[in-house]
Ligand binder design. Structure first.
Ligand SMILES: C[S@@+](CC[C@H](N)C(=O)[O-])C[C@H]1O[C@@H](n2cnc3c(N)ncnc32)[C@H](O)[C@@H]1O
Length: 275
């Protein structure tokens, strides 16, 4: 069976660069253990664990419906084939002329009308500018299209084989498996305050991000983060002042709403003048 070293369909934030490290860490974990991929995304980590340890129980939490994209890959390939036929005179990476764009949009619309699943994430990564994602037909109509189609059809044969698929908020999946003896959690939450428009959930606040850390208590885990989140520094700082506690304890807060062209936020004054 083929082992994938990258997600078979485009997926922003997949951990393909970490697979070598993960596999080397797996040398020290249980071959028959239970592994729960709480933020499964493309399923690449789940797939990697299952291929490495075929006898392990691997739970892939597919919160985004990635497996639906895999189930409909045949339809997606057919649509891309029809689009490819329209692009014979258009160079790779070149802008697609307006007339051809309209024909492509017509093809997509027909798929929707037939009630077929339209994989807008794959369409985005093959027809829109790098890192641009649109989730709806309307969104697509407003974009400039580029020829970023691969020559070959997508192939995901056997990719999800052997995985137990859940599709819930990570907290529910954690509750379900937290008492499984020796369980390993794979924890790769969405990025904090970076571009995540390819995801269903597109804004994670600091509190959401910190709450995820509760799943690490007393469990074996693989936790992924980025230096952009500065979560490790924050936790070290909190630990360094365990005795003093929250510097804002017993203080009072005054906030004011600030509106500018594109944003709205609260400006805050915190005071403690009665110590
Ligand atoms: C950084 S990605 C994970 C990538 C994955 N490890 C991979 O290799 O493809 C984070 C994933 O968590 C999903 N997610 C967002 N909110 C969630 C929630 N409340 N519970 C579970 N997953 C969530 C996002 O949609 C996204 O797919």
């Amino acid at each position: 069976m083929k082992t994938f070293c990258t997600s078979p369909l485009p997926f922003l934030g997949q951990k393909r660069k970490y697979l070598k490290e993960v596999k080397s860490l797996l040398q020290h974990t249980a071959p028959n253990g239970t592994y729960v991929d709480l933020f499964g995304g493309s399923g690449l980590l789940s797939h990697t664990v299952k291929r490495h340890y075929p006898n392990a129980t691997v739970i892939y939490n597919d919160y985004d419906g990635f497996s639906k994209r895999i189930d409909n890959l045949g339809t997606t390939n057919q649509l891309l084939n029809s689009i490819r036929a329209l692009l014979t005179g258009v160079e790779q990476k070149a802008k697609i002329p307006e007339g051809i764009k309209q024909q492509i949009l017509e093809l997509i619309k027909k798929e929707e009308q037939k009630g077929n699943y339209v994989d807008y994430i794959t369409l985005s990564s093959t027809l829109l500018f790098t890192m641009k994602y649109e989730q709806t037909f309307e969104g697509f109509t407003k974009q400039t299209l580029y020829n970023r189609l691969n020559k070959n059809p997508y192939n995901a044969d056997g990719y999800l084989e052997g995985l137990i698929i859940e599709s819930s908020d990570y907290k529910a999946v954690f509750e379900k498996y937290k008492n499984t003896p020796g369980v390993y959690f794979l924890v790769d939450p969405p990025y904090l305050s970076t571009e995540v428009s390819g995801y269903k959930e597109n804004y994670w606040k600091l509190k959401d991000y910190l709450n995820v850390l509760n799943v690490l208590d007393g469990h074996k885990y693989f936790y992924f983060t980025s230096n952009k989140s500065q979560i490790v520094e924050l936790c070290e700082w909190v630990e360094s002042r365990k005795e003093k506690g929250n510097p804002f304890n017993h203080s009072h807060t005054i906030s004011m709403t600030n509106k500018s062209k594109n944003t709205i936020y609260e400006d805050i004054l915190i005071h403690n003048i009665t110590r």
